[in-house]
Ligand binder design. Structure first.
Ligand code: URP
Ligand code: ZN
Ligand code: ZN
Length: 459
């Protein structure tokens, strides 16, 4: 099967030029100007950007959490991702206490197999680190599960103590894995939550008021300090607070390999959303929480100047009906998370590139190339180059769209950006050479996505 994409503006993290891309079977084989090659299908991309498929390195599909399960499974979640121009995800498999890492990995492989419409990899969430589990970490890295998420929050559920975190960090120094850290001081937050509830504060906004930015900054600083002592890189997930970014910036200025991602919700939504009437603040209950609007410019500067290296979504959708309402009388029982897998590329293009906050190349870097490099997928993914997988987005930079739960494809009954207009839309999407979104229509299939065996750390 040959597909020739003609006349588009090819954009990578470093280049921007008008050209043609020839796709043969699953790969890009030729890039040139006015290619005169017979193909089974020719796609006219003139006036459009030809981008490497988005890579969302932080999703939670079909994930049990807070007494319920995230609303998108690997089929609905990856269909939505594809509509939004994302062609690879890295999701999280959870090791529950008493379980092996291999059991967790197999469990999540079964959730994805036969359902995922785009390629998928896994990070492993470690909740218990025995000697045997340490050995399993080495094996998982060899098998392509090369990153591990640890929690400094959620005591009694996911949280690990510093000694355990330090042991895991040391282990990655030997096995080439990467630690991804949920950096919030869980002990402090737990006390604040109990105090708020004892004082009768049950509304959703208390989720944010009991998770101060300083608790994120402190944990971010501690995580980086432990990684420095262990002499290994560290990747901070879903960084939300300007105060936490300061910790990353300070470390990077000292030459430490500290990396961090942020998410669209922290760039476009703010604490003010928790003040929406009634129980609507629950739509935005996620951890870390949304922060004051004033911090957003600092996050954008961090993205522009490489103190933040990636934009992921932390897609973890729960419906308002029957899921978020579990916490109607107690904010601490609201399942944490929000939808975002489908809206990332358009939001960041519209709010980042069109406003001049980041360049077009940096947009590609943050949404595709840099996650591919950090998580062992580059150059197979994350760029448009001969030999790379033909994961390609034909992106219309001038078409406008209104974000709404009614028209988006995520299986959740609200959208945090309801009614927001964005300019810049993914129009046609290829996943390993197959057209899976054809001018706005889904043409992929459940099970079309493959497990991504990722390479160990090179950074
Ligand atoms: O609120 C969030 N972020 N839910 C998903 C779990 C996590 O900590 O990433
Ligand atoms: Zn987290
Ligand atoms: Zn998450």
């Amino acid at each position: 099967m040959r597909i020739l994409i003609k006349g588009g503006t090819i954009v990578t993290a470093t280049d921007q030029y008008v050209g043609d891309v020839l796709v043969e079977d699953e790969r890009i084989t030729t890039i040139g100007v006015s290619l005169d090659i017979a193909a089974d299908r020719v796609i006219d991309a003139s006036g459009k950007y030809v981008l490497p498929g988005g890579i969302d390195c932080h999703t939670h599909l079909d994930m049990p959490f807070g007494g319920t399960t995230s609303a998108d499974d690997f089929e609905s979640g990856t269909i939505a991702a594809a509509f939004g121009g994302t062609t690879s995800i890295v999701d999280f498999a959870i090791q529950y206490k008493g379980q092996t890492l291999h059991h967790a990995w197999e469990t999540w492989m079964r959730k994805a197999e036969g359902r995922a419409t785009i390629d998928y990899g896994f990070h492993m969430i470690i909740t218990e680190l025995t000697d045997q589990v340490e050995c399993e970490m080495d094996d998982l890295v060899r098998q392509g599960v090369t990153s591990f998420k640890l929690f400094m929050a959620y005591p009694g559920v996911f949280m690990l103590d510093d000694a355990t975190i330090f042991r895991a960090l040391l282990r990655t120094g030997k096995n080439g894995g990467t630690i991804c850290m949920h950096a919030e001081n869980g002990g402090v937050i737990d006390v604040l939550v109990r105090k708020a509830l004892a004082e009768g504060h049950t509304a959703p906004k208390y989720h944010a008021l009991t998770r101060p930015a300083r608790a994120e900054a402190e944990a971010t600083h501690r995580a980086i300090a432990m990684a420095e002592i262990a002499d290994v890189p560290i990747y901070i997930v879903h960084l939300s607070a300007a105060e936490a970014l300061e910790m990353v910036t300070e470390a990077r200025d000292r030459g430490l390999p500290a990396y961090a991602e942020t998410c669209p919700q922290y760039l476009f939504l703010s604490y003010d959303n928790y003040e929406e009437p009634g129980f609507d603040g629950a739509k935005y209950v996620m951890s870390p929480p949304l922060r004051p609007k004033e911090g957003q410019d600092r996050l954008w500067r961090g993205l522009a100047f490489n103190d933040l290296q990636a934009i992921s979504t932390d897609h973890c959708p729960f419906c308002m009906k029957e899921q978020k309402t579990l916490g109607r009388d107690d904010f601490s029982k609201i399942p944490n998370g929000a939808p975002g897998i489908e809206t990332r590329m358009s939001l960041v293009y519209d709010g980042g590139v069109r406003t001049g906050r980041i360049s077009l190349n940096r947009f590609v870097e943050l949404t595709s190339t840099s996650p591919a490099k950090i998580f062992g997928l580059f150059p197979r993914k994350g760029t448009i180059a001969p030999g790379s997988d033909a994961d390609i987005v034909i992106f219309d930079p001038i078409r406008a769209s209104t974000l709404s739960a009614r028209t988006l494809h995520m299986k959740v009954d609200y959208n945090p950006y309801e009614g927001r207009q964005v300019t810049g839309v993914s129009e046609t999407v290829l996943s390993r050479g197959r057209v899976i979104i054809d001018n706005g229509t889904f043409t992929g299939r459940a099970g079309g996505g493959n497990f991504l065996k990722r390479a160990e750390r090179r950074l």
